[in-house]
Design a protein around this ligand. Structure first.
Ligand code: ATP
Length: 234
C-alpha cells in the first residue's frame, strides 16, 4: 500500500534521511525503530506531505505522493496521529472530531464514523461537550486517534503514541492500535516502547542516522542481538 524508495530528506544542509526504502502492505502493522534523531519523525512527515523529499519516491496505492501537499495526501487516505497529541485545546471534543471529518473523502460518511469513534472510545462521547484542553493525556491521545479516524484513513501513521502517558494508558493506546489492526487497518508505527512495538508489528525496520540498517519480522528483530543490545537494553 505504501512504498518508499531511496528517499532522501534534508533540513537545509543537514541530511535527515539517506536513501530510505520501506514498504507497508495492506493490513500490515510495520514498526519503525530507532534512537532519538534517527529520522523517524522526518520519515512520517515526509510521507504526510509536510516535508518535501530531495530525492526518491513515495507511492500510496500506486499513486506518486512524494512532494504533494499534505491536504492532498490526507485526502488520498493517509492519516497521521502526530507526536504530542495535537488536539485543538480550545475546541470541544466533538468539534475536534468534526474537524477530522471535514476532509472531502470523509464528508459523506462523517455521521457513521462519529458513531464508530464513540463506540470505540465511550469516554469521548461522555465528554463530547468538554474542551479538549481539559482532557487527561490519555483522553487527548484517544481524541487524536478518533480525529484521525474521522478522516476515513486507509493507512494510519502513529508517531510516539504512548509518549508521556501513564503505564495503564500506554496499554490502552497499544490495545487500540491492535484493535484497529484487527479490523484490517494498515499501520506504520513509531513507538519509543521498542519491545511493545516489535511485539505488535508484523514487520519492522531499524533506522540509524537516517538510514535503514536492519529489517525483518517483529519476532525476528526481538531476537536480534543488535536490537536487544541497542534498543532493549538486554
Ligand atoms: P525523535 O524520536 O527525537 O523525534 P526521530 O527519529 O523522529 O527522533 P527526527 O526528528 O526525524 O528523528 O530527526 C532526524 C534528524 O533531523 C535529527 O538529526 C534532527 O536533529 C534533525 N531535525 C529534525 N527536525 C529538524 C528541523 N526542523 N531543522 C533542522 N534539523 C532537524
Amino acid at each position: 500500500m505504501l512504498a518508499v524508495r531511496d528517499l532522501s530528506v534534508f533540513y537545509g544542509d543537514a541530511q535527515a534521511l539517506d536513501r530510505v526504502s520501506l514498504s507497508v502492505g495492506a493490513g500490515e502493522i510495520v514498526a519503525l525503530v530507532g534512537a532519538n534523531g534517527a529520522g523517524k519523525t522526518s520519515l512520517i512527515r515526509t510521507v504526510a506531505g509536510i516535508l518535501k523529499p530531495r530525492a526518491g519516491t513515495i507511492e500510496f496505492d500506486g499513486v506518486a505522493i512524494g512532494g504533494l501537499d499534505s491536504h492532498r495526501v490526507c485526502d488520498l487516505g493517509v492519516g497521521q496521529v502526530a507526536e504530542g497529541r495535537q488536539v485543538f485545546p480550545s475546541m470541544t471534543v466533538l468539534e475536534n472530531l468534526q474537524v477530522g471529518g471535514l476532509l472531502p473523502r470523509a464528508r459523506g460518511q462523517a455521521g457513521g464514523t462519529l458513531e464508530r469513534v464513540f463506540r470505540m472510545f465511550p469516554r469521548l462521547k461522555e465528554r463530547a461537550g468538554q474542551l479538549a484542553g481539559t482532557l487527561s493525556g490519555g483522553e487527548q491521545q484517544m481524541l487524536a486517534i478518533g480525529r484521525c479516524l474521522m478522516g476515513a484513513p486507509r493507512l494510519i501513521m502513529f508517531d510516539e503514541p504512548s509518549l508521556g502517558l501513564a503505564p495503564a494508558v500506554v496499554a490502552e493506546v497499544l490495545n487500540t492500535i491492535r484493535m484497529l489492526h484487527g479490523e484490517g487497518m494498515t499501520i506504520l508505527l513509531v513507538e519509543q516502547n521498542v519491545a511493545a512495538s516489535l511485539q505488535l508489528a508484523d514487520r519492522a525496520y531499524v533506522l540509524e542516522n537516517g538510514s535503514i540498517v536492519l529489517e525483518g519480522s517483529g519476532a525476528a528483530l526481538l531476537e536480534d542481538p543488535r536490537v536487544r543490545e541497542a534498543y532493549l537494553g538486554l
